[in-house]
Design a protein. Structure first.
Lengths: 245, 240
């Protein structure tokens, strides 16, 4: 691995993104618009908006970066750029970290804008600071990138790649405690929920909502999400083969 | 003969089909060697084996004295895939500079390669907005950056106009004169005469590995396409 190549790869991915104005506009605006929609849905419901909006601030970057990355990586495979890259001095981790850093930065911009809109325009109220929310959102986004890099190995077409969204993302969303509190779920559902990284991200966000200072559990939760990200990146590296049939 | 690439008894299966049936051949150092054969004959598979991205069943491929695909070779082998493998959402210049950085080279080397393939005026354009021939040249530029020891080009001249095609072949020979070895595949026979040496493959088997002059002499005709036809018929007769 070389920092020069990782950095160049990261810069190349951001440059590709910069040329795609529509994607940039969608990345920046869509989460804020969806949260605005949520705001009007729960206009008279008081703290319900706070709870759901806070969760969504972690869920949106995860889902969006998962999708963007799976398609981007699939394009590397189908256009032959991946095959070519693997004949150059680039290390597999240069590519994976390049994607992680580039889309992590994109997620930081997206997260900062969405959090600003949600706190100042939509009046989201949390005990903890907005900075922590952005941090959790960015870690979540990088988890989405890592899972996207891994899952793209199992898709041959864009059609297949987008089908991984319901497979990988929706179960995590259903079981993370947003719809039904985790303690009210059947034991086996709780067990599944326990091994899903999004559960910890959602719990961390809830803790920012109720505690003025970051709690130990919140840091532990964030560490779990980060560890899941590293695991997904290692698995993704294992799917990148220099030699193929 | 000093060989930049040496292939011995190479057998490759793709899926259940055997694509290469024990090919042995060599690419002399500093030569422009043409790999010719019809579509589906196994050219791309052989090329993939040389750059070390193909899983092979048996046999060996030695490139610049090392087994194909060795990490050290990644610095010195340039590879142009058949489909233009450049980023459509980057400009030609941005593509070239990225690949230059991977090889530890600066923007100057990248810009030179872009000019070398005749895309100097289109350097700022997005690859996605270029014609097929221009895209292919953008991809070629990315392979040529930094004067690799071995340049492996899979059908680099498809879709190029005749003048450009002549320019590109001139460029290939100029590179060879500076010490680069080139392995260039084509399915167009009229390009065969531009090579120092020819490998003809058909249905995964090597039909001939010789200089154009020797092939013409052996077949008793000046027309290389006709020469190849005669060689193929001769082999079929021997096989039958």
């Amino acid at each position: 691995m070389s920092p020069r190549i990782t950095f160049a790869t990261c810069a190349r991915i951001l440059r590709q993104l910069r040329h795609d104005h529509r994607t940039v506009a969608l990345l920046v605006a869509v989460p804020s618009l969806l949260l605005t929609l949520l705001f009007y849905m729960y206009e008279n419901a008081g703290p319900v908006f706070d709870r759901i909006a806070l969760t969504m601030l972690g869920v949106f970057p995860f889902v969006i970066m998962f999708l963007v990355t799976s398609i981007a990586m699939l394009r590397e495979r189908t256009t032959g750029t991946l095959e070519r890259l693997l004949t150059t001095p680039l290390h597999k981790l240069d590519l994976l970290f390049g994607y992680g850093i580039a889309f992590g930065l994109a997620a930081a911009v997206q997260g900062a804008i969405t959090v600003a809109v949600t706190f100042w325009l939509l009046g989201l109220d949390t005990a903890g600071g907005a900075g922590l929310v952005v941090l959790i959102a960015v870690v979540n986004a990088i988890l989405g990138v890592a899972l996207g890099l891994f899952c793209s190995a199992f898709a041959r077409t864009e059609f297949q790649a987008v089908q991984f969204l319901p497979v990988v993302v929706v179960p995590q969303l259903l079981l993370c405690g947003l719809f039904v509190p985790r303690e009210q779920m059947a034991g086996w559902l709780q067990t599944i929920s326990d091994v899903m990284p999004l559960t910890y991200a959602v719990e961390a966000l809830a803790l920012v909502g109720t505690n003025a200072d970051p709690t130990t559990t919140m840091w532990r939760d964030l560490a779990v999400v980060a560890a899941a990200t590293v695991l997904a990146l290692i698995l993704a590296a294992a799917t990148l083969r220099r030699r193929t049939a | 003969m000093d060989a930049a690439v040496e292939v011995r008894d190479l057998v490759v299966d793709r899926g259940k089909r055997r694509v290469l049936h024990g090919i042995s051949c060599a690419v002399p150092t500093g030569s422009v060697t043409g790999l010719l054969g019809p579509s589906g004959s196994g050219k791309t598979t052989l090329i993939r084996a040389v750059v070390g991205v193909q899983i092979v069943r048996s046999g060996t491929v030695t490139v610049l004295g090392r087994p194909a695909g060795t990490a050290a070779l990644r610095r010195t082998v340039g590879y142009q895939t058949q489909a233009p493998s450049v980023y459509a959402d980057l400009s030609v210049r941005e593509n070239a500079r990225y690949f230059a950085t991977l090889h530890g080279l600066d923007a100057h080397a990248a810009d030179q390669a872009v000019r070398d393939v005749g895309l100097g005026d289109a350097a700022g354009q997005l690859v996605g907005n270029l014609s097929g021939g221009q895209r292919s040249r953008a991809s070629l530029a990315c392979a040529m950056i930094g004067r690799p020891g071995l340049l492996v080009l899979d059908e680099p001249t498809v879709g190029q106009d005749p003048v450009l095609r002549a320019d590109l072949w001139g460029r290939f020979h100029a590179l060879a004169d500076e010490g680069t070895t080139l392995l260039v595949s084509s399915h167009v026979m009229d390009e065969a005469s531009r090579c120092d040496r020819l490998l003809l493959i058909r249905e995964g088997r090597l039909i001939s590995d010789d200089t154009p002059a020797a092939i013409r002499g052996r077949a008793g005709t000046d027309d290389l396409e006709e020469a190849f036809l005669r060689l193929i018929r001769e082999q079929e007769k021997v096989a039958a």
